[in-house]
Write a protein that binds this ligand. Sequence first.
Ligand code: XLS
Ligand code: NI
Ligand code: NI
Length: 437
Amino acid sequence: MAIFEGIDTIKFEGAKSTNPLAFKFYDKDRVVLGKKMSEHLPFAMAWWHNLCAAGTDMFGRDTAEKSFGAVKGTMEHAKAKVDAGFEFMQKLGIEYFCFHDVDIVPEADDIKETNRRLDEISDYILEKMKGMNIKCLWGTANMFSNPRFMNGAGSTNSADVYCFAAAQVKKALDITVKLGGKGYVFWGGREGYETLLNTDVKFEQENIANLMRMAVEYGRSIGFTGDFYIEPKPKEPMKHQYDFDAATAIGFLRYYGLDKDFKMNIEANHATLAGHTFEHDLRISAINGMLGSIDANQGDYLLGWDTDEFPFDVYTATMCMLEVVNAGGLTGGFNFDAKNRRPSYTFEDMFEAYILGMDTFALGLLNAEKIINDGRIEEFKKQRYASFESGIGKKIREKKTTLEELAAIADEMGAPALPGSGKQEHLEAVINQVLFG
Ligand code: XLS
Ligand code: NI
Ligand code: NI
């Protein structure tokens, strides 16, 4: 029996359609820049927001009904969520899901019992996956909700809690591999600190790296060939989080020799919390060969926290898709780490949110194609650095110069000419013309 009764498979109806339960722009088989839209945009459902979170915030309880016909906190409910999730993904044509261990089963007091439940539910999920084109994008362990993790997991001050974190990572890896997951995520939920007065930052960072090293060793030993990801975030819940942004996380991975096994999972709302644009963190990851996966959402410039809204900002999606296309695509996918607003509490709202997100990224992709085909932006950028294509500039680019040599050239020169207009307004006008002209 259908859980989302009355909602059919969501179809592409085109930009003129007024049917709220249809795609206006996401046309999965349409070929864009040599590939199908569905190949450019491997979308994923986030188990926690879509099937678990029901609108509770700091000031009020659930607004949405997500029992899916079972008693919450039971294994029947866990299974009902699997049923709901697969029906939801199938109706939307979403091919991937992402999960935390405790999203898919209720956590027991004893980890042995939690693990038994994880075995049971993963059997159930595997059974569901048969004959369906639905796969696991990535798994992770929730090491931030339970009070034992109040001081972090890898960064905790308690060796016992550290063991517990290791046990959760081990099991989450087992389940991810069992479900054929392409990736495994470390989001440093409480890996950070509130005050230096009680914190040994150096030791905590070493311990996090050590946990990651053990995860890589174990993961590879059980046949996990995918990518490990760090998902940077500058703050929230902690005041200072160690994986502040892509640049910080990449430096950390290199320092501890983990850069061969890890890539970035960049979340839009986390990048903006770090004071960057989404595309900035994508570019930093890409130029370091570490653009792995994306948590597709958006924040609110008026609010200073992770509001996890469904992507609606087409300019940002366009800049994102330019980065992704120019980087040759993602090894991971686009996980909607996003939730309905609290007053959007119906099943229709869940579907419309995903339709919004998928259409926004489809528009971003179509726009990226237009910008690339227009060519003016790329050409301007090339011209801007033209002085490094010949003469002394070329020699600098080839790293064959010395400070003395360059200083001697400067001495002869008098004052150098200004470096040429950056033409930002011109370029922004080009973008608008290409998009709306
Ligand atoms: C929270 C994070 C989290 C990760 C997975 O801000 O985005 O949801 O994606 O632990
Ligand atoms: Ni996320
Ligand atoms: Ni987030």
